[in-house]
Design a protein around this ligand. Structure first.
Ligand SMILES: Nc1ncnc2c1ncn2[C@@H]1O[C@H](COP(=O)(O)OP(=O)(O)O)[C@@H](O)[C@H]1O
Ligand SMILES: [Mg+2]
Length: 596
């Protein structure tokens, strides 16, 4: 129960709902129990009256009408108390179940908010599906504890206390005999539900495998068809579902045992009641009415007893789920996510002896990087694939913290600076572009506070990124939806929309990570031309493996295997006849264009 203790703060938050719920539970139980004594009184009164009337040898017709009236009267009483009980049960659910839904809502928000705080390192070491499960599957299981389990437990407690004390006050010995089978019932149900839960967990897992499989088959349908492997996929799907069917039928068998079992044990209690009660009636210590009353009590206790097993397994599952949720909630955000210091950018960004590795047991991806980017200048970073260019950009954006060394803004370590404000400085076009399933216009406005950008500006930025004409060609122009249910963009179009999105923030520092790799050289030339005035007074970092992208740069650094191997202006680098010059020559031959 340790993990579930975490939820106590929520019980406290909704304590009034909980208390009201307990009150309604008590009331509903009182009226539920009332039925039994009413029935007993009815039977005993009628039996007495029949006895006395027959002694006085009164008219049979009169006796019948008298009994009829009694039956109506007591019947009305039973009906009335059942109705009142129903009303209280309604309020019991309205309070406790509502409380559980509220807590579920709060908990989901808490988990989501925490997810947003966690950094890139966390996301690269966890599966997306797993993260989704925490917030859906696990929270739902916890809700079963918060709602039904809590409600039934409180209900059971009060029902037991009330019913058993009434029964004992009537006849302790019979009470003991009658209640004997109930613990057996409880334990049996606990074990059966264990089996059921285990099997249904397994099925759940199977089902999610089938879903993943199906989803891949749909998203990859073009590849599947073009490789003509439909048959193989169908066969694999069949195998998966066949296994699922078999396991499901096993579960059905256990389920089929469940109810007969309960009914048999309840029946046993009723038989004991009638047998033992009957003997006592003959001895004169018990009335006919008492037998009926006891049968009602036994029936009333059956469901709660049956649900002990069920509730126990609910609580156990909730416990396991909450433990998983807690594990995530207790994951501390990276140190990159901290920082409170206010600042403004006026001088330069500096890398001071920065080394970095993604995981402790990996090798260094960046080695002793020293680099100074004065405000207002354009830096070019060029290097082969895997040389660490994107990693350098990620460190600058504070997705990760350097393993060694410091990155400084105007001399202060960027980890100390207020993160939100720090990231606002940047317009970043990452290498792996992600656009949301939304309209193109909204994707461009995405990084602007509250999407506060008019259509003319959106179009202006799209034009700079040379994607405006492409967009006008789409069915609904800027209102065209992207993503699964909308159109899909080509790699080059995606890159240009992402450039427009970065520009729309009108950032102080523009970071373009290989953002023109998928556009042809003439488009690249146009974009470079458009960007020139925009970048004039801005600090920019242009990352590319193409020499032609370095054209507007004040300083170019050449990276190789995580190190800066050369730096200088383009002319200097060409003259030095090092790696850069070799790359330039090679690319010139490939594309037949000049760098200068
Ligand atoms: N999330 C990551 N986890 C572990 N290693 C990574 C990760 N991202 C990149 N790397 C590794 O870091 C090295 C540099 O990658 P990257 O910075 O993307 O190079 P570039 O952008 O110059 O092509 C590569 O060897 C790559 O495999
Ligand atoms: Mg890269």
């Amino acid at each position: 129960m340790k993990a579930l203790r975490y939820l106590n703060k929520y019980f406290f938050k909704y304590r009034y709902l909980l208390l009201a719920g307990v009150f309604f539970i008590i009331c509903s139980n009182i009226f539920a129990i009332l039925v039994a004594p009413i029935v007993r009184t009815a039977i005993d009164t009628m039996a007495d009256d029949i006895k006395t009337y027959s002694l006085l040898s009164i008219d049979r017709a009169f006796l019948l009408s008298h009994i009829g009236k009694l039956a109506l009267f007591f019947g009305a009483l039973v009906l009335a108390s059942a109705l009142v009980k129903g009303v209280f049960m309604y309020f019991m659910r309205q309070t406790i179940i509502v409380m559980s839904r509220n807590i579920e809502y709060d908990l989901k928000n808490e988990v989501f908010e925490h997810y947003q705080k966690l950094g890139a390192a966390f996301y690269s070491s966890n599966y997306t599906g797993d993260l989704m499960n925490r917030i859906s599957e696990d929270v739902s299981r916890v809700r079963m504890y918060l709602g039904p389990a809590v409600m039934y437990t409180i209900n059971m407690f009060f029902l037991f206390v009330l019913v058993i004390s009434v029964m004992v006050s009537i006849n302790p010995r019979i009470t003991l005999l009658v209640l004997l089978p109930l613990p057996i019932l409880s334990v049996t149900i606990y074990f059966i539900s264990e089996v059921i839960n285990k099997r249904s967990d397994f099925l759940q897992q199977k089902l999610s495998n089938i879903t993943t499989f199906t989803q891949e088959a749909f998203s990859g349908i073009r590849v599947i068809k073009s490789f003509a492997v439909e048959k193989w996929f169908r066969k694999a799907f069949e195998n998966e579902t066949e296994e699922y069917r078999k396991r499901y039928l096993e579960l059905v068998k256990v389920n089929a045992l469940f109810f007969p079992m309960i009914l048999a044990l309840v029946g046993l209690s009723v038989i004991i009641t009638i047998y033992v009660g009957g003997k006592e009636v003959i001895n004169g210590t018990f009335s006919f009415g008492n037998i009926a009353e006891y049968v009602i009590y036994v029936n009333m206790l059956t469901w709660p007893v049956a649900s002990v097993g069920w509730v126990t397994s609910l609580v156990q599952r909730a416990e396991a789920s909450q433990a998983r949720i807690n594990e995530f909630l207790q994951t501390e955000p990276d140190k990159v996510e901290g920082g409170v210091q206010d600042f403004s950018f006026s001088d330069s960004i500096e890398f001071r002896n920065v080394s970095f590795r993604y995981k402790a047991d990996h090798s260094d991806v960046l080695k002793h990087i020293d680099l100074r980017i004065p405000k207002g200048t354009t830096l070019g970073i060029i290097g082969t694939t895997g040389s660490g260019k994107s990693t350098l950009a990620r460190l600058l954006l504070r997705s990760y913290a350097p393993t060694e060394g410091q990155i400084c803004l105007d001399g202060s370590d960027i980890q100390q600076l207020n993160l939100q404000a720090y990231r606002k400085l940047f317009g970043y076009v990452p290498q792996d572009i992600f656009l949301f399933s939304d309209t193109i216009a909204n994707n461009i406005k995405f990084g602007v506070a509250q999407g506060d950008l008019d259509q003319t500006s959106v179009e202006r930025f799209a034009a700079i990124a040379d994607v405006h004409n492409d967009i006008l060609g789409f069915p609904k122009a800027y209102q065209t939806l992207l993503g699964e249910r909308g159109i899909s963009l080509s790699g080059g179009q995606k890159q240009r929309v992402a450039i427009a999105r970065a520009l729309a923030r009108e950032p102080e520092v523009l970071v373009l990570d290989d953002c023109l790799s998928a556009v042809d050289t003439s488009t690249e030339a146009r974009i470079k031309h458009n960007l020139k005035p925009v970048m004039e007074n801005k600090t920019s970092i242009v990352i590319s493996h193409r020499v032609s992208s370095m054209e507007n740069c004040d300083l170019v650094v050449v990276m190789d295997k995580g190190q800066i191997v050369e730096s200088g202006s383009i002319q200097e680098l060409l003259r030095a006849e090092g790696l850069f010059a070799r790359m330039a020559e090679m690319q010139q031959q490939e594309e037949g264009i000049s760098v200068e």
